[in-house]
Design a protein around this ligand. Structure first.
Ligand code: WTA
Length: 662
C-alpha cells in the first residue's frame, strides 16, 4: 500500500460508539482485557470451560518446546459431541441448528440439533464401515449443503482429521491435496447449484483420484451425496470405490457412541497458499482450536444463543467456514443460516431476502462482497426489511473505510456495530477485532487484540514501532487455536512463521500493519508474495508454476495489482518459448484457461501480458515491485538495481501499445 493511501486512511476520523443497549448487556466488558493480561493462561482455561471435557486437563499450556505448543495437556474431549450431542442432552434437541437455503428458490430445509446428532452419527457409522479409522484423513469436496457440515462433524466424531477442499478448486489442486495428506476417503456430491444451474463436482473427483494415483497415492472410497441428480455418464460411476450417501449414510444406525480424544488430537488440515508454489497444510488440533473458535464467536459477535440468528456467508472450504460456521457457532449452540449459492441468484437481492425471511441478527461477510453491493446501489437492500440485524462482521482483507461506512449505514441502518476481524487460517480464530459492546468503531481499523491475545507491530529488528508508525504484525504470546505445524513439514512451519523473530519467540503473520496515534491497529495487507483476491489467499509462485507448466511458456512472473472489486487481481507477465512464436491470437485466453484448470477459477489472471524480458536484479530475482507499477499503470519506480535497465522500457512500451494485453 502506498504512503499516500496510508495517510488518507489515517485521516479517517469517523467514530461509532457501541450501541447503549448492546453495551449494557455485552458478553464481554472492558475488564476482560486487564483480567486476561494479568493471567493469560487462567483466562484461556476459563474459555476452555465453555466446552464439555471428558477428562480435564492437567496443564493449560506446554510451551517448553517452542514453536510446538500443547494446550490443555492431558484433557480429553470430542469436538462433535461438543458441537451437537451436548446441546441435545441439555434439552435443546428441538432447537434449529441450520436453516438451510439452497440456491434454487423454495429449496429449504430446517435441521434441529437432534436431527443433526442423528445425521452425524449415521455418517460416522458409514465412514467407519468404509474403513476410516481414528487418525486417517478424509477429504471433503462439496457445495454448501448440510451434508458438508455433517461430513466434517462425522470425521471429528471418529477422530479422522478432515481436509476440506474448496469446491472451486480444480482436479489438479484437489489431487495434490489428496496426495499430500494421504486421504483415504473423499466425500463429495454429484454437483451443486451455481447461478441457477447444476454444476458438476464428481467428475473432478474422478480425475483427481486418477491424478493422485499417478502421484502414488490410492484413494480407497468416494462417498457421494446426490444433490442435483445430474447424469454422471457411463464412466461416471465406479462401483468398486463409489458409494452413494443415500444408500449408506441414510441407511445407517443413528446410534453412535463417541470416543474422547486427546486435546492435541488432529482435528483438521486446511491448505492455504504460502510464498512457495506448494500449498501448506495447516494443522489444527482439537481442544485449543475449539476453545478459540467458541470463545471468539461468543465474544466478538456478542452471541446470545437463545435469540440470535447468525449467518456467515463464507464457504466451508475456507477457514472462516470451519471456525465460524461449523466449530465456533455449533459449539455455542447457535441457530444459523446456511446458504448454498451466490449472492445474486436468482436476483441481486437474494442475500437481503434471506436476512429478512429468517430475521438474521448477526451477519458475517467479506469486504469484496460489500464492495460489489455498493456498486449495485442501495435501492436493492433498501427494498428489504433488514431491521433484525444487530451486528455486522467483516473478514478476509482490509475493509476500506467507505465500504465499512456503507455497510454500517445501508445494511445496518446505522444501528449496528461493525466488527472488522483480523485473523488467518494459521491463527484458527479471530485475533484482532473491536469488542462490540466496548470498543468504538473506526472505519478501516481492526482496532486491538481481543482479550487473551497479544500482538504488536514491530520493525525488521523486532523493536515495537509505537503509535503513529508502521511495521510487521506479530503475535507475541501463544494462543489456543494456533496452528500446530504444517502437515508433514515441521521445518517449513518453523521457517515460515517462527524464524524471523526466533529470539523473541514471536509468530510472524506476514502482514504489514500500522498503529495510529491512538494505538489502534490498521492491517495493510501482505508483505510477502501472497496475494489477496476477493479475500482468498493465492500465492504468486503457485500461479507462476501453473503458467510455466504450459508448453508455450518459458518464464512467468505474477503480481497482485490493486483492483476496485476484488481488492487485488492477478496480473501475469509471461515470456514465451522461442518455438511458440508469438503464441497465436488466442494465447492470452489459452493461458488464462490453463491456470483455471491447474488451480481453479479464482486464480485465473485478470491480465496476462506477453513480454520479451522480465526485470531482474543482478542476482536473478524478479523485481515484482516494478511489475506492480506496470500492472497498476503507475510511473515505473527506481530501476537502478536492475541488471538491464532497458527491460522496463521494453515492457512498458509493449503494454501501452496493447501487445499481448487483454
Ligand atoms: C487478510 C482468513 C485486513 C490478511 C480469515 C491475512 C485481513 C489473510 C483481515 C488471511 C482483516 C484477513 N483486515 N486483512 N480483517 N482478515 N485478512 O488465511 O492478509 O484466508 O494474513 O484467513 O487475510 O487469510 P486466510
Amino acid at each position: 500500500m502506498s504512503d499516500e493511501t496510508l495517510s488518507n486512511l489515517l485521516k479517517e476520523d469517523r467514530r461509532f460508539e457501541p450501541p447503549a443497549e448492546l453495551a449494557a448487556d455485552a458478553n464481554l466488558t472492558e475488564e476482560a482485557y486487564a483480567r486476561a493480561e494479568a493471567d493469560r493462561e487462567g483466562f484461556w482455561a476459563e474459555q476452555a470451560d465453555r466446552l464439555s471435557w471428558d477428562t480435564r486437563w492437567e496443564r493449560v499450556l506446554d510451551w517448553d518446546n517452542p514453536p510446538f505448543a500443547k494446550w490443555f495437556v492431558g484433557g480429553k474431549l470430542n469436538a462433535a459431541y461438543n458441537c451437537v450431542d451436548r446441546h441435545v442432552e441439555a434439552g435443546n434437541g428441538d432447537k434449529v441448528a441450520f436453516h438451510f437455503v439452497g440456491e434454487p428458490v423454495d429449496d429449504k430445509q430446517t435441521i434441529t440439533y437432534a436431527e443433526l446428532k442423528d445425521l452425524v452419527s449415521q455418517a460416522a457409522n458409514t465412514l467407519t464401515d468404509l474403513g476410516v479409522q481414528t487418525g486417517d484423513r478424509v477429504a471433503i469436496y462439496m457445495p454448501m449443503i448440510p451434508e458438508a457440515v455433517v461430513a466434517m462433524l462425522a470425521c471429528a466424531r471418529i477422530g479422522a482429521p478432515h481436509t476440506v477442499v474448496f469446491g472451486g478448486f480444480s482436479s489438479d489442486a484437489l489431487a495434490s491435496r489428496l496426495e499430500d495428506c494421504q486421504a483415504k476417503v473423499v466425500v463429495t456430491s454429484d454437483g451443486g447449484y451455481r447461478r441457477g444451474a447444476p454444476s458438476p463436482l464428481k467428475p473432478a473427483v474422478d480425475e483427481a483420484v486418477v491424478k493422485a494415483a499417478d502421484l502414488g497415492h490410492t484413494v480407497e472410497k468416494v462417498l457421494v451425496v446426490r444433490r442435483t441428480g445430474q447424469d454422471l455418464g457411463a464412466d461416471g460411476w465406479d462401483s468398486d470405490i463409489d458409494v452413494w450417501w443415500h444408500e449408506s449414510v441414510e441407511q445407517a444406525s443413528t446410534e453412535h457412541a463417541c470416543e474422547f480424544f486427546d486435546a492435541e488430537h488432529p482435528l483438521y488440515v486446511m491448505y492455504t497458499s504460502g510464498t512457495t508454489g506448494k500449498p501448506k497444510g495447516i494443522l489444527h488440533t482439537t481442544g485449543g482450536y475449539l476453545t478459540g473458535a467458541a470463545y471468539t464467536h461468543w465474544a466478538v459477535f456478542d452471541l446470545k444463543p437463545e435469540t440470535d440468528v447468525y449467518w456467515c456467508t463464507a464457504d466451508i472450504g475456507w477457514v472462516t467456514g470451519h471456525s465460524y460456521i461449523v466449530y465456533g457457532p455449533l459449539a455455542n449452540g447457535t441457530t444459523q443460516v446456511l446458504y448454498e449459492g451466490t449472492p445474486d441468484s436468482p436476483e441481486r437481492g437474494r442475500w437481503w431476502d434471506i436476512i429478512e425471511e429468517y430475521g438474521v441478527t448477526l451477519f458475517y461477510t467479506a469486504p469484496t462482497a460489500i464492495r460489489s453491493f455498493m456498486k449495485q446501489g442501495r435501492e436493492i437492500p433498501d427494498a428489504r426489511d433488514l431491521s433484525s440485524l444487530r451486528l455486522l462482521g467483516s473478514v478476509g482483507e482490509p475493509i476500506n473505510p467507505e465500504a465499512y461506512v456503507w455497510y454500517r449505514h445501508v445494511i445496518g441502518g446505522d444501528r449496528t456495530p461493525v466488527v472488522d476481524t483480523w485473523w488467518q487460517t494459521e491463527t484458527g480464530s479471530i485475533m484482532i477485532s473491536p469488542l462490540p459492546g466496548v470498543t468504538h468503531g473506526k472505519p478501516g481499523s481492526a482496532m486491538t487484540p481481543i482479550p487473551g491475545v497479544a500482538a504488536d507491530v514491530v520493525t525488521e529488528e523486532g523493536e515495537s514501532v509505537g503509535p503513529g508508525n508502521g511495521g510487521y504484525l506479530v503475535l507475541t504470546e501463544p494462543w489456543p487455536a494456533m496452528l500446530r505445524t504444517i502437515w508433514g513439514d515441521d521445518e517449513r512451519f518453523k521457517d515460515t512463521y517462527w524464524s524471523k523473530y526466533r529470539d523473541q519467540g514471536w509468530y510472524f503473520a506476514g502482514d504489514g500493519a500500522k498503529l495510529d496515534t491512538d494505538g489502534d491497529l490498521w492491517v495493510l495487507g501482505r508483505v510477502d508474495d501472497v496475494m489477496n483476491v476477493s479475500g482468498h489467499r493465492l500465492s504468486t509462485t503457485e500461479i507462476e508454476s501453473a503458467l510455466v507448466s504450459h508448453p508455450k511458456v518459458a518464464e512467468a512472473a505474477v503480481v497482485g495489482a490493486k483492483d476496485e472489486d476484488t481488492g487485488q487481481a492477478v496480473c501475469a507477465f509471461v515470456i514465451l518459448r522461442d518455438e511458440a512464436g508469438d503464441g497465436g491470437d488466442d494465447i492470452v485466453e489459452e493461458l488464462r484457461a490453463h491456470v483455471r484448470t491447474q488451480i481453479g477459477p479464482i486464480a485465473k489472471p485478470r491480465q496476462i501480458m506477453v513480454v520479451p524480458e522480465l526485470p531482474k536484479t543482478r542476482s536473478g530475482k524478479i523485481m515484482r515491485r516494478l511489475l506492480r507499477d506496470v500492472a497498476e499503470n503507475r510511473e515505473v519506480g527506481d530501476v537502478t538495481t536492475l541488471a538491464d535497465s532497458s527491460v522496463m522500457d521494453l515492457i512498458s512500451k509493449g503494454v501501452s501499445s496493447g501487445a499481448g494485453g487483454e
